[in-house]
Design a protein around this ligand. Structure first.
Ligand code: IVH
Length: 662
C-alpha cells in the first residue's frame, strides 16, 4: 500500500471504528462483534505504526495516549459556565414560571434529569474534539482533554455535518454499578473508598494519569449547546442535533406545554429516581424557545431561563452514638456506625457502614461525633466524614478489636489485607453466613432457607454446622415461628434434595476462602471425590494450572483443619454426594471456556450448563490457561485479551457443534 492509499484506508478505518464505538457506547446497540471490531482496530494500529504522521487527532487509537501530568493547565471558557438557581418545592417552581411569563409571555419547557456528576465543556473545531475542560469557577477551568478522551461516549469526531464548530456542556458521571465495583476494588487495594458516584467521577476526571482514568467507569450526558455556528430555534431541537452528532443525550429529556406539565414530570422523575443506574439530584427546567431564552438573559450567576428543582438530599448530619462490629462470612470484622436516627432522602437511617478500620482512622471518626451520612442509590448508607467543628472533647476513638465480639476469639490482621478477621472458623456469627452461602443458588440451591430461618435455627440451637441441616426433623422446624405443616415439609424436602447436587456446588458451598465458582469447578474436574481433594498435598494444589496460589493455600488450610474433615465425613454419612461419576469419559474433561459478548440462540446459564455437561469449566476471566473463548455479538475486553494471548476463539455456532448441540 502506498502512502496515499494508506491515508485513505486510515481515514476509512477511523470513521468506521468511531461509528461502532458510538453504536456500542452511546446507542447501546452494537452491530458488529468484538472480534470484527478488533480486526478493524488492529488494522488501523498497524497502519498508524507504519505511517505515524498520518495519525489523526480523532483516531480511535488516541483515546488512551496521554502521559501522566504534574498538573492541569487552566483554560478560560469561551462562554462562562453558569450554575442554576435551585427550587425545592412546587410553589417555587410556579413562581419561576410566573417570572418567566411576566417577561416573555407563555412558554413551553424542556425538563431533564439533573445529573449528579461534574460539569464539563467540550470544544469541537471543524467537527473534531480539541479541548475538554472542567467547570472550575465558571470562568476558568482545568484542561482535562486527555482524561475526557478516555470516555468512549464522548465523540472524538462529530457525526453528520450539521454541527462543526461547537462548544457543548455535559455532566460526567459514574453509573451506580461502576461505582460499586470501583469501591470494592479500592477497598481490596486498601485505598480510600469514594463516598458517592459524584466524588468518584470528579476524582477520576481530575486524575493526573489518563491511564487510571481509562480504567474508571465514566460516562457522560450532554445537555446544552453553549456556542455554535448553526442556529437553532428551540432547546429541544438542539438536543436532537446533539443526538444526531453522536452525543449521548438523556432519553428522559422531555418537552412539556406548561408548568403543570413540569410538575407532573418532576413528580414522576422523583418516583423513578432509585430505579435509574445513575445518580440524579433533581430536574432541570429550561425554557424551550432559544429566542425567549435570550430575551430573559441571565444574572451574574444564573440564567433566568432555567432553574433546577432539587429532590430531597441524600445526605444528612446526625450524631454517631456507637461503633459496633459486624462479623461477616469470612470472619471480617466490619465497623458499623450506630446513628441517632435521621431521615436521608426520605428513608430513616440508623446504621451506616464505615467499611474498615483504615477508613475510620483516615476519616478520624469518633464515637459521639457529628457525622455526615449519605445514601447513594441502593448502596448501603455510609458515613462520609466527621464534622470536627462540632467536637466538644467528649468524643472517643474506637479501638481496633483485639477479640471477636461474638465468640471472643482473637482477631487477626493478615499482612497486606485491609480487613481484620475473627480467627475462629467455627464462630457462631460466621455460622449464619456459612449456612446462607451453602444454601445459596450457586451452591447447594436450597429453597426456603433464607436468612431469618437460619437465624431462628441458630437461636434455637438446632444447628451448629452445615451438616446439622440434614439431621433436622419436621418437628424441629415446626418449633420455629411462622412455620406450618406444609412450609416445614417444603424446607425438609429442599434440604434433602440438595444431597444430589454436583461436587462442584458442594466444594463452592463449603465457603473455602478464595474458592469461587470457577475454582470449585476446576477442583471438581480434577478430582473425583472430595476425599481425594482433601488428601491432596498443598504442593500439588499449587501446581494446578489456573488455580491461584492464595486459593491453593486456602484449600490446603481448609482440609488440614480437623473440624472440616469431620464436617465432610458427616455430610458423606448423611448421603450428600461427595464424588462425581463417570467424569473421565467426558469429552471436554477439565477444558476451560470463557464466554464474551451476547449469544443469540442460547442463554448464558444454559451455555454454561452445556459446558459442564461435557466436563468443561466456565471461567469468568481470560488467562493463558483458557482452552476456548466463545465470542458472541459485541464481546468485551475479554476478547481483546484473548486475542493478545493467541487463544482459541470460536463463535457460537462452532461452540454448539463442539458441545454436541446443533
Ligand atoms: S443546564 C446554563 N442541564 O447542574 C445552564 N445542567 O447547578 C447550564 N447539571 O453546572 C446547565 N444536569 O453541571 C443543565 N440536565 C442538565 C444538568 C445540569 C446536571 C449540572 C451542571 C450545572 C449544574 C447547575
Amino acid at each position: 500500500m502506498n502512502k496515499k492509499e494508506a491515508k485513505k484506508e486510515i481515514k476509512r478505518l477511523g470513521e468506521k471504528i468511531n461509528y461502532h464505538n458510538y453504536k456500542y457506547y452511546v446507542k447501546n446497540d452494537p452491530v458488529i462483534s468484538d472480534y470484527e471490531f478488533d480486526q478493524l482496530l488492529k488494522k488501523l494500529e498497524k497502519l498508524e505504526l507504519e505511517y505515524p504522521n498520518l495519525i489523526a487527532p480523532d483516531s480511535p487509537t488516541q483515546r488512551v495516549g496521554g502521559e501522566p501530568v504534574d498538573g492541569f493547565t487552566s483554560v478560560k471558557h469561551k462562554i462562562p459556565m453558569l450554575s442554576l438557581a435551585n427550587t425545592y418545592n412546587y410553589d417555587e417552581l410556579k413562581e419561576f414560571d410566573e417570572r418567566v411569563k411576566k417577561n416573555v409571555g407563555k412558554v413551553e419547557y424542556v425538563v431533564e434529569p439533573k445529573i449528579d456528576g461534574i460539569g464539563v465543556a467540550l470544544l469541537y473545531e471543524n467537527g473534531i474534539l480539541v479541548r475538554g475542560a472542567t467547570r472550575g469557577d465558571g470562568v476558568k477551568g482545568d484542561d482535562v482533554t486527555s482524561n475526557l478522551k478516555t470516555i468512549y461516549s464522548i465523540p472524538l469526531r462529530l457525526m453528520e455535518d450539521k454541527l462543526k464548530n461547537v462548544e457543548v456542556r455535559g455532566e460526567v458521571h459514574m453509573s451506580l454499578k461502576g461505582f460499586k465495583k470501583l469501591n470494592k476494588e479500592q477497598e481490596k487495594k486498601g485505598e480510600p473508598v469514594f463516598a458517592n458516584p459524584r466524588n468518584a467521577a470528579a476524582g477520576s476526571v481530575r486524575q493526573l494519569d489518563p491511564r487510571i482514568v481509562e480504567s474508571r467507569p465514566l460516562d457522560i450526558f450532554i445537555y446544552f449547546i453553549s456556542h455554535s455556528d448553526v442556529h437553532f430555534s428551540t432547546h429541544n431541537e438542539s438536543l436532537e442535533a446533539l443526538r444526531e452528532a453522536g452525543f449521548r443525550v438523556n432519553p428522559l429529556a422531555k418537552k412539556v406545554e406548561n408548568i403543570e406539565g413540569v410538575i407532573k414530570y418532576c413528580t414522576g422523575l422523583e418516583e423513578e429516581r432509585d430505579a435509574l443506574d445513575y445518580e440524579i439530584d433533581g430536574a432541570v427546567i429550561k425554557v424551550n424557545s432559544l429566542s425567549k431564552q435570550k430575551e430573559l438573559g441571565e444574572t451574574s450567576k444564573n440564567p433566568r431561563w432555567a432553574i433546577s428543582y432539587k429532590f430531597a438530599a441524600k445526605q444528612a448530619t446526625t450524631q454517631l452514638r456507637d461503633i459496633v462490629i459486624q462479623v461477616g462470612r469470612t470472619g471480617a470484622l466490619t465497623p458499623v456506625a450506630v446513628l441517632e436516627p435521621v431521615k436521608v432522602g426520605g428513608v430513616t437511617v440508623s446504621r451506616a457502614t464505615l467499611h474498615n478500620f483504615d477508613e475510620v482512622r483516615r476519616k478520624d471518626i469518633r464515637i459521639e461525633d457529628w457525622v455526615l451520612v449519605e445514601r447513594s442509590g441502593d448502596v448501603i448508607p455510609q458515613v462520609v466524614k466527621s464534622i470536627t467543628e462540632k467536637r466538644t472533647g467528649n468524643e472517643k476513638q474506637k479501638d481496633i478489636p483485639k477479640k471477636c465480639p461474638v465468640c471472643g476469639s482473637e482477631s487477626i490482621h493478615t499482612e497486606g489485607e485491609v480487613a481484620i478477621r475473627c480467627s475462629n472458623r467455627m464462630c457462631p456469627a460466621r455460622l449464619k453466613w456459612r449456612v446462607k452461602y451453602y444454601a445459596s443458588r450457586d451452591a447447594m440451591d436450597i429453597d426456603h432457607l433464607g436468612g431469618s430461618t437460619i437465624d431462628k435455627l441458630i437461636e434455637k440451637n438446632l444447628i451448629d454446622n452445615i451438616a446439622d441441616l440434614y439431621f433436622l426433623k419436621k418437628d424441629d422446624i415446626l418449633t420455629l415461628e411462622g412455620f406450618k405443616d406444609k412450609s416445614a415439609q417444603n424446607l425438609i424436602d429442599s434440604i434433602k434434595n440438595s444431597k444430589k447436587q454436583d461436587l462442584s456446588r458442594l466444594i463452592y458451598g463449603l465457603g473455602i476462602r478464595h474458592v469461587g465458582k470457577y475454582a470449585a469447578q476446576l477442583l471438581a474436574s480434577k478430582y473425583d471425590s472430595i476425599d481425594e481433594l482433601a488428601k491432596t498435598s498443598p504442593e500439588e494444589l499449587m501446581g494446578i494450572d489456573g488455580l491461584g496460589d492464595k486459593t491453593a493455600e486456602a484449600v490446603g488450610t481448609f482440609f488440614a483443619t480437623d473440624e472440616n474433615i469431620e464436617l465432610i465425613k458427616r455430610l458423606k454419612d448423611v448421603g450428600v454426594k461427595t464424588h462425581e461419576e463417570k467424569k473421565t469419559q467426558l469429552p471436554f474433561q477439565g477444558k476451560k471456556f470463557v464466554f464474551t459478548g451476547g449469544l443469540s440462540s442460547i442463554s448464558r446459564p444454559d451455555a454454561s450448563d452445556l459446558v459442564k455437561q461435557v466436563g468443561g469449566i466456565v471461567s469468568s476471566s481470560v488467562g493463558k490457561d483458557i482452552d476456548y473463548v466463545v465470542a458472541g455479538g459485541k464481546p468485551g475486553s475479554k476478547y481483546k485479551k484473548a486475542e493478545k494471548l493467541g487463544l482459541n476463539i470460536i463463535n457460537e455456532k462452532k461452540f454448539k457443534e463442539l458441545v454436541g448441540k446443533k
